[in-house]
Design a protein around this ligand. Sequence first.
Ligand SMILES: Nc1ncnc2c1ncn2[C@@H]1O[C@H](COP(=O)(O)OS(=O)(=O)O)[C@@H](OP(=O)(O)O)[C@H]1O
Length: 425
Amino acid sequence: MWNWKEVMAAPENCEEGGCQPQPAPPRLGREFLEDATPGTQTMNPPWSKLRSCLPLPTVCHLSSGSQKKAGCPKKLSQIPIRPEPSDPGPAAWGCPRGSVSCREGAADTWLRTQLAPGEVITAQSGAFERDPQESSTTDEELSRAGSPGSRGGSSSTTPDYGEKRLPQALIIGVKKGGTRALLEAIRAHPDVRAVGTEPHFFDRNYEKGLEWYRNVMPKTLEGQITMEKTPSYFVTNEAPRRIHSMAKDTKLIVVVRNPVTRAISDYTQTLSKKPEIPTFEVLAFKNRTLGLIDASWSAIRIGIYALHLENWLQYFPLSQILFVSGERLITDPAGEMAKVQDFLGLKRIVTEKHFYFNKTKGFPCLKKPEDSSAPRCLGKSKGRTHPKIDPDVIHRLRKFYKPFNVMFYQMTGQDFQWEQEESDK
Ligand SMILES: Nc1ncnc2c1ncn2[C@@H]1O[C@H](COP(=O)(O)OS(=O)(=O)O)[C@@H](OP(=O)(O)O)[C@H]1O
């Protein structure tokens, strides 16, 4: 009998799941349920308030002191965790060249698409683009990304000279938040160079050492910023300490999205590859009759942003972390990119002129760069149609996340307004 939650957490593809069985990542979270004082640099959130919100079986509600009961976890980090699906990278990190399971991830880079004849949109952008075939571009992306240090599908026009440097800025999460869209947009900046695939250095490849990591990076000229994105870092317990020990001034970017929608997106991704898995409604609950949400399911757990952020604030001041709204990255990509460029100390070069809204895809896409013949949209693995989820389940999930969201708003000083959203996709 399959445990589908474990199956869902198993590696799936390069971008999102990995190409080979990976060791389970470390458990998430720290002593969250202790009345610890996280983030001395920032504030002391009332952690005890969150205790009662935690999704433990009724007999184990920590606020009631019942944790002393046998079998009850004392803290959230003791809830068994299913491993996160994530990305071990392309051939350089273990994907056999041409492997089907490795294709989709590379296709997540902005695709250079064929122009569809007659699909005129505006004089400026020239044409709608057809939804591209993933495979051809994927193969191209894979081969470009095939060795450590290759540009990995870079869309930057910077010539391949300079020096390989460790990244000064990282997109650390969240999975399904819009991390690929952000990375590809910031790569349009001439002062940014980024590795196109996910190196997974701080979670899976750490033992390979910093020289391996440096070698994965593209070459940069003096003054250019090196970046990478690996969304699983945000939920990796060791990542903050490891990144801090690499460089304590590393700039961190987190793209966050309504955790309910994010969870459904996560599920949708798995469903697209394993249509036989149980419904979201089944997986989301430990006990549906009692309304007990299963927070040990990674699709749910990743969205407890306050929990994960608390871990980062042990090592980095809030001022070193930028939170990008995954929702606004779609509705106002230029506005979010302005914040990202300011945060990175870059001139605002990526502006509204770089984007157009592709009605076919339902997303903003990058206009064609000067040296290229085609605009770029993300591949089919972004923007999948989400299954319709029982509204009662959505309602319960919203209730579940609300206190964590509120805590997250307090911690970040930003209100992402997820409570006000009428419906999930
Ligand atoms: N411009 C643009 N084009 C396409 N998709 C966009 C864009 N901006 C944000 N998004 C949203 O990004 C979601 C995928 O997030 P990630 O790239 O972080 O996914 S992954 O973790 O790397 O697999 C993806 O989620 P789903 O719609 O659920 O597929 C998109 O909603």
